[in-house]
Design a protein around this ligand. Structure first.
Ligand code: HSE
Length: 311
């Protein structure tokens, strides 16, 4: 194989209660990438469409993740890789823009090298893209982008990712206000210590959410979507956060929270018709602000990155 075209999906990290450990993968929202073998050793990025991002590979998250993979090759190779990135997910959106680029790059390189690395190793490499993007090698977006479905970061050193089952009918509404919240800034405002009473509530919710996924208990899933630790700080960065959340819950959402580090907000619903209503009230609420926004509707992507074409 000399060339591969992939769809690299958007993801929701944290899922309210699981800061830096929980994530899920979305259908329909994502970037496309074309990666081909080239005569020039290393990695070049010849095209980025949709957004202005660094073309110099070492300064681009796709390049950083790709170099991490190349540096771990057991055998030398006598060719390089050229990457084209077609971005639909804006950086600073909270739906895993850097993760899509980083995960997509390592997935494509691994395929073009005839699959020398395990999924766990690919997640490790993709984390280097996240390190470049926000200063922390977070795994809660790259893991679901690569594996699909819901994922849990059990530990980062050594890296241990657990794939969780999904609930059958789960619909996601997302509002993406067109303001940029840098993940590094949204992390910098968080406290270094948390109150024990909040931690107790939070780990009760993480355990319940995992149990709900295993038992297909959609109501318990919804009851677990609370964040006592991070949301109180980050919600201040998102205009009309409380209004959108209240309107979504009133429209029947199971829960509503900040997607990753924001500013996007997600809401889960148990039917497509409720999810449509939730999207409508999100839209109505945000129309009152002067801030442009996008609305997305999705379901859970069980597969993760998809190959669109290879030759
Ligand atoms: N867990 C990370 C954070 C995800 O919330 O900072 C960033 O998308």
């Amino acid at each position: 194989m000399n060339e591969i075209k992939i769809f690299s999906p958007a993801t929701i990290a944290n899922i309210s209660c699981g800061f830096d450990i929980l994530g899920c993968c979305l259908n329909d929202i994502g970037d496309e990438m074309v990666v081909r073998k080239s005569n020039q050793p290393g990695i070049t990025i010849s095209k980025i469409e949709g957004i202005d991002l660094p073309l110099e590979a070492k300064n681009n998250v796709a390049g950083a993740a790709g170099f991490a993979l190349l540096n771990s090759l057991r055998e030398p190779i006598h060719f390089g890789f050229d990457i084209e990135i077609y971005k639909n997910i804006k950086p600073g959106s909270g739906i895993g823009s850097s993760a899509a680029s980083a995960a997509g790059a390592v997935f494509a390189l691994n395929a073009l090298l005839n699959y020398p690395f395990t999924e766990n190793e690919l997640i490790q490499f993709a984390r280097e893209g996240e390190r470049l993007a926000c200063g922390s090698p977070i795994a809660d977006n790259v893991a679901p982008a690569l594996l699909g479905g819901f994922t849990l970061v059990h530990s980062t050193d050594p890296l241990q990712i657990i794939q969780l089952p999904s609930i059958d009918k789960l619909y996601v509404s997302i509002i993406h206000p067109q303001i940029e919240v840098k993940t590094s800034d949204a992390r910098a405002i968080l406290p270094q210590q948390v109150a024990l009473k909040d931690a107790i509530k939070q780990w009760g919710n993480v355990g319940s959410l995992v149990h709900a996924l295993h038992t297909n208990d959609i109501d318990l899933f919804g009851q677990s979507l609370h964040d006592y630790i991070v949301e109180p700080y980050r919600s201040q960065l998102i205009p009309s956060f409380e209004e959108v959340k209240k309107a979504s819950l009133n429209a029947g959402a199971l829960g509503c929270g900040i997607s990753g580090s924001g500013p996007s907000l997600f809401a889960f619903s148990k039917s497509e018709s409720i999810a449509k209503k939730v999207s409508q009230v999100m839209e109505q609420t945000y129309l009152k602000t002067q801030i442009p926004f996008f609305i997305y509707n999705s379901t859970i992507n069980q597969q993760g990155i998809k190959i669109l074409n290879q030759k």
